[in-house]
Unconditional design. Structure first.
Length: 198
């Protein structure tokens, strides 16, 4: 893809499993996390730092009453959207509508802090208007996922907590083999914050 997509960072989830393990007042997006570069930052900031600098158009979706998440998004060049709903489908639809004129959308999850910038570039380089690009590490599909322009209407039509995975069944999906375990490494529980350098 010659033109860069808009990055959509989903940071609206409530992190129930994480809160059950660490306490109701703990937001996993703000948990201290040592990145693969060895620097300690909040989980969400690791995601934003690892996003390649050339992807300048960024939309971060979060829920209301999360001022520190909003602050982090703004500090890293994101347009921040605050929703009442934490549903992934609703978040995606709102973000894509906010940058509907983009040439594609690169969807990242706010709780996946260990994806390497070069891996994200591999996905972006494979994107095309008629395709969905998804990284594959071993037998597992991961994130970030790139959606070409053809999928704009379908993404804007999502709702509730249902994400974009159903679009894979009716679309042209290109799997991008990567050597980065970060593409399948989310922080659902505190133990997942420990970096397994690879």
């Amino acid at each position: 893809m010659s033109l860069l997509p808009c990055a959509v960072i989903l940071a609206a989830g409530q992190g129930r499993r994480y809160r059950q393990a660490s306490g109701d007042d703990q937001d996993k997006l703000l948990a201290p996390c040592r990145g693969r570069d060895g620097v300690l930052r909040p989980v969400l900031e690791q995601v934003l730092v690892n996003l390649p600098g050339e992807i300048v158009r960024r939309v971060l979706v979060t829920t209301v009453h999360r001022p520190l998440v909003v602050e982090l998004g703004g500090a890293h060049g994101c347009e921040v959207l605050q929703l009442d709903s934490a549903g992934m489908g609703h978040s995606l639809a709102t973000a894509v509508a906010a940058c509907a004129d983009a040439d594609g959308w690169l969807v990242l999850l706010g709780d996946m802090p260990f994806i390497l910038s070069d891996t994200t570039r591999q996905v972006v380089d494979s994107m095309a208007a008629q395709q969905i690009c998804v990284p594959r590490w071993g037998a597992e599909l991961g994130h970030p996922v790139g959606f070409g322009r053809r999928y704009g209407e379908a993404l804007r039509g999502l709702s509730g907590d249902r994400g974009a995975r159903p679009l894979f069944a009716s679309g042209s999906v290109v799997e991008v083999p990567v050597s980065d375990p970060g593409v399948v490494w989310d922080v659902d529980v505190p133990q997942a914050l420990i970096s397994r350098q690879a």
